[in-house]
Write a protein that binds this ligand. Structure first.
Ligand code: LMR
Length: 397
C-alpha cells in the first residue's frame, strides 16, 4: 500500500533546521525556524517556567486524564491574556476556550470547526503569510485566497489595498489575521489601520480568525492584543488561535488554545461541545504538562511578575538585535535598503532577497534563512550580526 505514496519535499521551515544540522561548518548561523536564542545561542527554559514546573512536579498527585477541553484554569488565564480582564464578551459568557496542542493545533481545530459549520467560502489570508497556514486550512477542507498585505520590494504595508480587498469580500467571509508580529514580515498594522480594518469587517460582516503566536514579543502584551480586542468589541464572532510556544518558551510542550467568541452564550456552549468532539476524533485530549505550567504561573503573582520581566527582557533584546542588524546592513550596503528591519515587530523580517541569494547565503556563507529570505532576528546571538550582514552583501553581489 505505502509504495504508492510519492516522496514529500522538506517542510519550508522545519527543513531549514534539518539542513542547518547537517552543515558541519563551525561558523554556521540558523535564522530559520522561529525560536528565541540568548546571547550564547541557547533557547533557555524561562526561570518562571522552571519554577512553576518544579512546583507542579512536587504537588502533582496523578497522571489521570484531564479531559478533552484541557486545563480550565489555563483556559481562563489565556482568555484574559488575549481579551483583557472583564472584556464584554467574557462578561456575557460568549467565549469558549479549548486547550490545544500548540498554536498549530488550535488553528487546525478552528479550521475544522469552520468546515463543520458549513463554511464553503475561501479563507482570506495575507500575502504573504506563515508557510503552514495554507496547507493547514487545506487539510481541514478549506480553500484560501490571498489579500494584499505587504510590498516585498519596499517593505511597506499595503493597507489601502488590503481594505479594498476586505470591502469586496462576501458577507460572512473568514479573514485570517496575524494578531501581532506578522509572520513572515514583522510588519504590523498600526492602531489606526486596525480601526479601519474593524470598520470594514463590521460593515461587511466578515469573520476574523486571528492567529496570535507572539503576544508580548512585539510592543508589549496589551499593545500586541490591541487589534484583536478591538475586533472582539466590534464584531459578533471571532476565532482566535493562541500559542504559548514563544512567549513562554514552551515550544516542544505544545501549548496553545482556541478561543471562540460567539453571538450569544448558547452558541458559545454549542461550539465548545463541537470543539471537544473534534478534539476527541483527532487526538482525544491535549498534552497536560505545558498548560499546567502556564496555569501555575498565572496562579502565583510572584511567578507571573517573573515571567513578565523575562518576556520584557526577551522583547527588548530582540528590538536591540533589530536595530543592530539594520545598522550593520546599512554599513555594508552604504544605504537605507534594510532600515525597515529596525522598526518591525517580533521575531521575523523578510529581507527580500532572490532565491539565488538565499542559496548563496546558505551554501557559501552558512547563513540559513527561510526560502523566502525570512530571517529569525531572535535567532541572532548579537556577536554574529556583522558576519551575517557581510554575508548578505556578498550573497546579493
Ligand atoms: C515559524 O514560523 O518559524 C514558527 O512558527 C515555527 C513553525 O512551526 O513554523
Amino acid at each position: 500500500m505505502f509504495q504508492t505514496l510519492s516522496p514529500v519535499p522538506p517542510d519550508p521551515l522545519l527543513g531549514v533546521t534539518e539542513a542547518f544540522r547537517a552543515d558541519p561548518s563551525s561558523s554556521k548561523v540558523d535564522l530559520g525556524v522561529g525560536v528565541y536564542r540568548d546571547a550564547s545561542g541557547q533557547t533557555p527554559v524561562m526561570a518562571a517556567v522552571r519554577a512553576a514546573e518544579q512546583k507542579l512536579l512536587a504537588k502533582q498527585s496523578t497522571k489521570g486524564y484531564v479531559g478533552q477541553a484541557g486545563n480550565r484554569q489555563f483556559a481562563a488565564a489565556l482568555e484574559t491574556l488575549a481579551l483583557g480582564a472583564g472584556h464584554p464578551a467574557l462578561v456575557a459568557k460568549r467565549v469558549a476556550t479549548l486547550q490545544a496542542p500548540g498554536g498549530t493545533g488550535a488553528l487546525r481545530l478552528g479550521a475544522e470547526l469552520l468546515a463543520l459549520s458549513g463554511y464553503r467560502g475561501k479563507v482570506l489570508v495575507s500575502d504573504p503569510t506563515w508557510a503552514n497556514h495554507i496547507p493547514l486550512m487545506g487539510g481541514a477542507g478549506l480553500q484560501t485566497a490571498p489579500y494584499p498585505y505587504y510590498d516585498r520590494s519596499t517593505g511597506a504595508l499595503l493597507v489601502a489595498r488590503m481594505l479594498a480587498a476586505l470591502d469586496a469580500a462576501e458577507p460572512g467571509t473568514v479573514v485570517l489575521l496575524h494578531g501581532s508580529c506578522h509572520n513572515p514580515t514583522g510588519a504590523d498594522l498600526a492602531e489606526s489601520d486596525w480601526r479601519a480594518v474593524a470598520d470594514v469587517m463590521a460593515q461587511r460582516r466578515l469573520v476574523p480568525f486571528i492567529d496570535i503566536a507572539y503576544q508580548g514579543l512585539g510592543r508589549g502584551l496589551d499593545q500586541d492584543a490591541h487589534g484583536m480586542r478591538l475586533l472582539a468589541e466590534r464584531l459578533p464572532e471571532l476565532v482566535v488561535a493562541v500559542s504559548c510556544s514563544k512567549n513562554f518558551g514552551l515550544y516542544r510542550e505544545r501549548v496553545g488554545a482556541l478561543t471562540l467568541i460567539a453571538e450569544n452564550s448558547a452558541a458559545a456552549t454549542t461550539s465548545m461541545g463541537h470543539l471537544q468532539s473534534l478534539a476527541r476524533r483527532n487526538y482525544s485530549m491535549p498534552p497536560d504538562h505545558g498548560a499546567a505550567i502556564v496555569a501555575g504561573i498565572f496562579a502565583d503573582e510572584t511567578l507571573k511578575a517573573q515571567w513578565l520581566a523575562e518576556l520584557t527582557a526577551m522583547r527588548e533584546r530582540v528590538m536591540g538585535l533589530r536595530r543592530d542588524l539594520a545598522a550593520a546592513l546599512r554599513r555594508e550596503f552604504g544605504g537605507p535598503r534594510f532600515d525597515f528591519v529596525a522598526g518591525q515587530n517580533g521575531m521575523f523580517s523578510v529581507l527580500g532577497l532572490s532565491p539565488e541569494a538565499v542559496q548563496k547565503l546558505r551554501n557559501e556563507h552558512h547563513v540559513y534563512t527561510a526560502p523566502d529570505s525570512r530571517v529569525n532576528i531572535a535567532g541572532l546571538t548579537g556577536g554574529d550580526i556583522d558576519a551575517v550582514a557581510k554575508a548578505v552583501r556578498l550573497a546579493v553581489g
